[in-house]
Design a protein around this ligand. Structure first.
Ligand code: NAP
Length: 455
């Protein structure tokens, strides 16, 4: 066997991911040594509770509650505790002690990424975080290395497995949000407190990380526009299906051309959006994740797979550990984060996309003309209109037709539902126009307004 140099590896955390990382490090030591060019010695595992039950059997003597001492003298520190503190302090301690850091901590990087990367830059250390966005899917390395010579134009990601699981089941079974969420919690796909997932916070953290990397700029978390999926109901899913779409919670990171002589900017946003059923992202089912990247030279690329799971995420973490070990052996300073582009993130009002607006209107002659007039005044151009007449007494659908038929079919009895697809419009124009529609005498209710992404 080759006589490798030994690198000391400290593991902070032995939960869902950490316990699997420890297990793989111990079981595949020889193979990893051949790939890394160094023997990876698991020096210890810092946890809170020495007696807690672990997902896998690990040697008890490796466990400690003293992370600070474990970090000192380590070559590579793997942070898998999660949360901001004490993870932040210990990552900075590891960097200051001369270690490279591997972390899966999206919350830490999305909120304190600049501080961590600057600290690493100052001492020539490297921070690896392949598992921090989209779990097992290799997306950080492709953005950081493979596409380093290209210009990323747009990323559309399904980066939260829980919300994709919920929306997928709503789509395939016609189920309601609340029912599917309850089942997802029972099956362990959703947390007891699902807020971080269903309100889009988790996806927003990943969007900030991906956008920073893709556009070589710093994207603070508060620059990410965020909407969750709690307002999505079975009727919206059905209406989307009817129009040839599926609803997905998307993290959209977009490079925007300069307007009026201004420079480039970016938009980073998370919201439920309509995606055409023929788009590759529409075929991402269950709790899977996918990241669709559009680059100037490479064109369209899609990265797909498990966005979470202990052992799946451990794969990405170990890939980073091997990279860190190789760098230790080869020497040289770290690559560092490239944030030189310094692009401003625009507010949501500046975003230009297509929309689907669903309205309940009086079923009277001339209503469509009034609605079309308000849209046109608001610089929102109509691409498609479909009208469904709803019987006054029962609420039942009695006829469906395109715009021209609809105009002629007004019965004056009850309501009609208008589903309007727009051409590209500016979000601010669109939202002001929807307010005017809501206030107009002819619109009874704005049922939903959804963005259409993926064109
Ligand atoms: P977890 O199951 O909650 O495990 C956390 C571990 O950290 C536990 O072993 C805990 O110790 C330890 N820990 C927490 N606070 C500590 C402290 N103050 N001092 C020492 N140890 C402490 O978390 P996880 O699911 O493995 O996630 C770890 C990281 O990976 C997070 O940043 C998460 O966002 C990220 N991630 C997770 C997944 C996934 O599928 N789970 C996917 C992608 C990324 P005790 O066991 O003694 O309580």
């Amino acid at each position: 066997m080759t006589d490798y140099r030994t690198l000391r590896v400290a593991l902070l955390g032995a939960g869902a991911v950490g316990s699997q990382v420890a297990d793989l490090l111990l079981r595949h030591g020889d193979e990893l040594a051949d790939r890394a060019g160094a023997k990876l010695e698991l020096a210890g595992i810092a946890v809170r509770d020495l007696d807690a039950k672990r997902d896998v059997d690990l040697p008890r003597e490796l466990f400690t509650t003293d992370a600070d001492t474990l970090i000192v003298g380590s070559d590579i520190v793997i942070e898998l505790m999660g949360g901001i503190e004490p993870a932040r302090t210990q990552v900075l301690h590891a960097i200051a002690s001369g270690a490279d850091v591997v972390t899966a901590n999206k919350a830490l990087l999305a909120t304190h990424g600049s501080e961590v990367f600057e600290a690493a830059d100052q001492v020539g250390a490297e921070v690896y975080y392949e598992a921090a966005a989209a779990g097992a899917i290799p997306i950080i390395r492709p953005l950081r290395d493979s596409l380093a010579g290209d210009r990323v134009v747009r990323i559309m990601g399904i980066v939260n497995g829980t919300t994709n699981y919920i929306l997928d089941r709503m789509d395939t079974e016609g189920a309601d949000f609340g029912d599917v969420l309850a089942q997802a919690q029972a099956l362990g796909y959703a947390e007891a407190d699902p807020t971080a997932d269903v309100e889009g916070y988790d996806a927003a953290q990943k969007a900030a990380i991906l956008a920073s990397l893709a556009f070589h700029t710093t994207v603070p978390l508060d620059a990410v526009h965020r909407e969750g999926i709690t307002a999505v109901d079975a009727a919206m899913i059905e209406s989307a299906r009817h129009a040839g779409y599926v609803i997905k919670l998307l993290a959209v990171c977009e490079r925007l051309a300069g307007e009026n002589g201004g420079g480039e900017s970016i938009s980073v946003r998370v919201y439920p959006a309509l995606v055409e059923r023929t788009h590759p992202l529409a075929s991402v089912h269950g709790a899977n994740n996918a990241v669709f990247v559009q680059a100037e030279a490479a064109g369209d690329l899609m990265f797909y797979g498990a966005g979470a799971g202990g052992v799946q995420t451990a794969s990405a973490v170990l890939g980073d550990v091997v990279s860190a070990a190789r760098r230790h052996i080869a020497g040289g300073i770290g690559v560092g984060e490239s944030t030189r582009a310094n692009l401003p993130a625009v507010p949501i009002g500046h975003v230009i996309t297509r929309y689907q607006i669903t309205l309940e209107v009086d079923d009277q002659p001339g209503v469509l003309a009034t609605v079309a007039g308000i849209l046109s005044e608001g610089r929102v151009s109509i691409a498609t209109v479909e009208q469904t007449v709803i019987e006054a007494s029962s609420g039942a659908v009695v006829s469906t037709g395109s715009a021209n038929e609809a105009q002629g079919s007004a019965t004056g009895a009850g309501s009609a539902r208008l589903v309007i697809g727009t051409h590209k419009a500016r979000e601010q124009d669109l939202s002001e126009t929807v307010e005017r529609l809501a206030a107009s005498g002819v619109v009874e209710r704005v049922v939903s307004v959804l963005r259409v992404e993926g064109n």
